[in-house]
Ligand binder design. Structure first.
Ligand code: F6P
Length: 362
């Protein structure tokens, strides 16, 4: 039987995943002559045994396409999996033993797990339970994995947000409004801060710095005092007002993470309660995860995909492909799951934001 490797994409999708799948397929088949099996919908496909063969033909034209041709699921936690019973009821079961058995049946030379912190922590648990031949590729628009400088998908999200901020500038100015744009990123402010810098925002509120609405309002007053009667505010979905909790639209449980949302409206209400600037909110939502990956993400996806295959060929299991000061390296998978990579409130990005007059609220 020929040598075969597998690949799955888990968690929320992002632009660039197809580039990873393509690079893994081309390198594994072209360089090593290995077969490549795609596991559908993350770990769900491993449990349900839903597989598809990946060939140079099937990955053709995938590099510029958003989403993931393998499908993904952010409810596919094999350790707390919603199993449908014959009577229609759903019960939460640990299905990891069946996943491990299916993995053994596949008899893979290596498995490439493409995911964020959640998916990587499942991969690590499988490694601890004996499925050692796993390597990882970090992806998430949030860019919050400690293991790597950049994750696949982040730069595209930043491009989308930056363009949106740019568009909001002109309408905000025409109507002399405060425009608040809420962006994703979960508990990290990377998307918000990077896009605020790139888009020329005036206020940027990130989870790492609790904000005081009065400071934000003062920033508007200062601008008005200089004769500038509009402002652009970027607020991360995970930003917290001083003394308040996170804005959550749906609580999490064993099978899914909590869903954040409402940060822009909360800020708009706080502003409107204290002054009469005309305020409008825009929630960019999943637009940030959709569509074509930018050139950087296509390149990164290709480098990470090829590196993952190299890691398998070298037997460097339990590692993820990563960028470190621009260099392609391998990092232990624990690095991708141990703690979230957050914006340093005293770091260079924050200092730059302050240097150009962006109000950070705290
Ligand atoms: O982790 C990626 C991400 O897009 C976060 O930025 C966001 O909070 C979350 O996923 C949204 O998840 P869902 O697709 O389940 O709504």
């Amino acid at each position: 039987m020929s040598t075969r490797i597998g690949i799955l994409t888990g968690g929320g999708d992002c632009p660039g995943l197809n580039g990873v799948i393509r690079a893994v397929t081309l390198h594994a088949r072209g360089t090593f002559g290995w077969d490549v099996v795609g596991i559908r919908n993350g770990f769900e496909g491993l449990y349900e045994e839903e597989y598809t063969d990946l060939t140079p033909l099937s990955v053709q034209h995938q590099l510029p396409r958003g989403g993931t041709m393998l499908g993904s699921s952010n409810r596919a936690n094999p350790f707390a999996y919603p199993v449908k019973l014959p009577d229609g009821r759903v019960e939460i079961h640990d299905v990891s033993a069946r996943c491990l058995a299916n993995l053994a049946k596949l008899d893979l030379h290596g498995l490439v797990v493409v995911g964020g912190d959640g998916t990587m922590s499942f991969a690590q648990k499988f490694i601890q339970r004996g499925a050692q031949r796993i390597v990882g590729v970090p992806k998430t628009i949030d860019n919050d994995l400690e293991a790597t400088e950049y994750t696949v998908g982040f730069q595209t999200a930043v491009e989308i947000v930056t363009e949106s901020i740019e568009r909001l500038h002109t309408t905000a100015e025409s109507h002399e409004r405060v425009m608040i744009v809420e962006v994703m990123g979960r508990y990290a402010g990377w998307i918000a801060l990077t896009s605020a810098l790139a888009g020329g925002a005036h206020v940027c509120l990130i989870p790492e710095i609790e904000y005081d609405p009065d400071r934000v309002i003062d920033a508007f007053h200062r601008r008005h005092g200089r004769g500038v009667s509009y402002s652009i505010v970027v607020v991360a979905e995970g930003a917290k007002m001083k003394g308040a909790s996170l804005s959550v639209v749906e609580a999490g449980n064993a099978t899914k993470q909590e869903r954040l949302g409402g940060a822009a409206q909360r800020l708009a209400d706080a502003i409107s309660a204290k002054c009469d600037y005309e305020v409008r909110t825009t929630v960019l939502g999943h637009v940030q995860r959709g569509g074509r990956p930018c050139a950087f993400d296509r390149e990164l996806a290709t480098r990470f995909g090829a590196k993952a295959v190299d890691l398998i060929s070298e037997g460097a299991f339990g590692h993820v492909a990563a960028l470190d000061a621009g260099k392609l390296v391998a990092k232990p998978i624990e690095k991708a799951v141990k703690k979230l990579k957050l914006v340093d409130p005293g770091g260079e990005l924050v200092r730059t934001a302050r240097a150009v007059g962006i109000e950070l609220g705290g």
